[in-house]
Design a protein around this ligand. Sequence first.
Ligand code: ZN
Length: 312
Amino acid sequence: MITYLKSMGFFGLVAAAFVGGSGNGAPAPKKLNVVATTPDLAALAQEIGGDAIVVTALAKPTEDPHFVDAKPSHLVTLNKADVLIEGGAELELGWLPPLLDNARNDKIAAGAPGRIVASQGIRMLEVPATFDRSKGDVHSLGNPHFLLDPKNAEIIAADIADHLSKVDPAGAATYQANLKKFDATTEQKLVEWQAKLAPYKGAKVVTYHKDFVYLAARFNLEIVETLEPKPGIAPSPAHLAQVVTAMQGAKAKIILVQPYQNRKTAETVARQTGAMVLDAPQQPGAIPGIATYFEMMDHLVQVIADALEKTK
Ligand SMILES: [Zn+2]
């Protein structure tokens, strides 16, 4: 992909994409243009920005946030952004840096008020003792899938409110009021979600990627194995054989998968262990009608609780 970005063909497309863009004398947009790398971050921005912003997510809800297909349209979006929200901790390492290099937008440069790195306020889990990207591990700075812990969503929402207030001081009161509302709803929902999952405390589950670690920690579930031997590395037959043994030993009956993961692999393991494969998308928009962070979490908690009840 990086090779593709550097090819002349790509720059040709870039040049074409900028033709007709915001030229000299174009009226300044009234709403802040907020770009998020992923739909979950976009959904948080929408909660805080409300009507004062227009939000665009670069990744599709059904796309792996580690491996997003970089497109010329992404460059146009980034070029026009007033604010960029990224997950950070190398979540987007494989695709965002080359886009930013070519987007020519100082407003979202590293360190600018218009640049938000969500991971910066988060107490990261699974931070490795030694930094090693050599084997293709895409979590070499720790686990970047922290939004499934609602407490982390609150931290990031506060960060978004602060940055939006700096970029648009006139809207600061609105952003802070929206943050208060978001926090109140989150606290109320958290009680609900914890109550729903409380009967399954300590339940053992398997995931395809290490993307449910924060949810498991917050809601007392135990992840016994992942189908990937390391984050970002495709499952191998030898590793899957280990997973089957571990699942049988732990009596784990659920394998959680995302739309972009290899469901067939999960189904094969499920057949060998009498487990079920559960579609549990983490991104708002992956399922029609589920657009907000709260709707996404409501759905996720519900399908997990239902599956744990069925396989009890
Ligand atoms: Zn990951």
